[in-house]
Ligand binder design. Structure first.
Ligand code: SF4
Ligand code: SF4
Ligand code: SF4
Length: 277
C-alpha cells in the first residue's frame, strides 16, 4: 500500500523536478516546500506517509469540515495534519506542519545547548534533538504558529523534522513523495519562492509563510486570506525579539520561580555550612 502511494506520487513529480531543481537534495542547498491548497483534495496520504516515515502511531482524525478554529491540531505524534475548513467556494484543505522559519523563535529561546539547531548549509531545517531537549516548553510558547508539541511520555518537544534524515541520505521529504495530486512541491528555495508568487498571482490568492515571522521555508498557497481560514495571523517581524522572551518568562513563570527557589535553597545551605564551620 505504502509503495503504491510513493510510486503514484513519484510519477507525478517526474515532470516538475527538473523545473524546480529537485534532482538530489544536498546539504549545500537551501530547500523550501510549497503546499498548494487549491490542488489538495484532503486525501491525507501525506499524513500517513509522515507517520510511516517517523514511525508514529495512528490517531483518530476528525472527519468533515472544521467549524472551529483550526489551531491547535497537531499532536506530539502527528507532525503534520490536513484540516478541511470552509472557504467561499467550498472546503479548503490546509496541511499544517512546522514552517521551518528563517529566524526560528523556537531556537532563539531554547535554554538547552544545541537542542534546536538549523541544519544544512543554507539553514533550511530547524530540528529538535530530543536527546538534548528536557521539555521546558519554551519553544512551544514562543512559536507563533503553535507548532511544537510536548511528548507526554518522553517529556520532550516534538515537531516536523523536514525529513532531515531523508535529506541527509539524498532523498526528499516523505509527504512530498507521497502526494498524488502534485499539491506539494519541494526544491531550491529561490525557485519555490518564484513558483509560489506566480501561482498566487494565477489564482488571485495568498501565500502564507513568505513574510510571516520574517519568512519561512514552507509556503502555503491559499485561495483566501489566512485569517479567514483560521490560520494564526502572524506579524512579518521576527519573533526572536526580547518581547517574545518576556512573554515566555511570564507564561512559564512557574519554572522561573522554581529555578530561583532552587538557587536560593542552595545558597542557604552553603551559608549554613559556612556558619557551622
Ligand atoms: S514554525 Fe515554530 S517550531 Fe517551526 S521553526 Fe518556526 S518557530 Fe520553530
Ligand atoms: S517534511 Fe517529513 S516530518 Fe515534516 S511533515 Fe513532511 S513527512 Fe512529516
Ligand atoms: S497527499 Fe496531497 S492531496 Fe492528499 S492531503 Fe496531502 S497534500 Fe492534499
Amino acid at each position: 500500500m505504502w509503495n503504491k502511494f510513493m510510486n503514484l506520487g513519484a510519477s507525478m513529480k517526474f515532470f516538475t523536478q527538473s523545473m524546480l531543481g529537485t534532482s538530489s537534495p544536498s546539504p549545500l542547498v537551501q530547500y523550501s516546500m510549497l503546499i498548494d491548497t487549491t490542488k489538495c483534495t484532503g486525501c491525507r496520504i501525506c499524513d500517513v506517509a509522515c507517520k510511516l516515515e517517523n514511525e508514529l502511531p495512528a490517531e483518530e482524525r476528525p472527519s468533515g469540515i472544521e467549524t472551529r478554529p483550526i489551531i491547535p491540531g497537531l499532536t506530539s505524534t502527528s507532525f503534520t495534519i490536513v484540516k478541511s475548513v470552509p472557504g467561499a467556494k467550498g472546503p479548503v484543505f490546509i496541511k499544517l506542519q512546522c514552517n521551518q522559519c528563517e529566524d526560528p523563535a523556537c531556537a532563539s529561546v531554547c535554554p538547552a545547548k544545541s537542542a534546536i539547531t538549523k541544519e544544512y548549509e543554507g539553514g533550511s531545517v530547524t530540528a529538535i534533538d530530543i536527546t538534548k531537549c528536557f521539555g521546558c516548553k519554551y519553544c512551544i510558547v514562543a512559536c507563533p504558529f503553535h507548532i511544537p508539541q510536548r511528548d507526554p511520555e518522553g517529556k520532550t518537544a516534538t515537531k516536523c523534522t523536514f525529513c532531515e534524515s531523508r535529506l541527509a541520505r539524498g532523498l526528499k521529504p516523505a509527504c512530498y513523495e507521497a502526494c498524488p495530486m502534485g499539491a506539494i512541491k519541494f526544491g531550491d528555495k529561490e525557485k519555490i519562492r518564484d513558483f509560489a508568487i506566480e501561482r498566487a498571482k494565477e489564482i488571485d490568492g495568498y501565500i502564507y509563510g513568505l513574510k510571516e515571522a520574517d519568512g519561512s521555508n514552507i509556503l502555503t498557497i491559499l485561495p483566501t486570506q489566512p485569517g479567514e481560514l483560521g490560520l494564526p495571523e502572524v506579524d512579518e517581524k521576527s519573533y526572536t525579539s526580547f518581547a517574545t522572551l518576556r512573554s515566555i518568562l511570564v507564561e512559564r513563570s512557574g519554572i522561573i520561580i522554581f529555578i530561583l527557589a532552587s538557587v536560593a535553597f542552595v545558597l542557604l545551605i552553603m551559608l549554613m555550612l559556612g556558619v557551622m564551620k
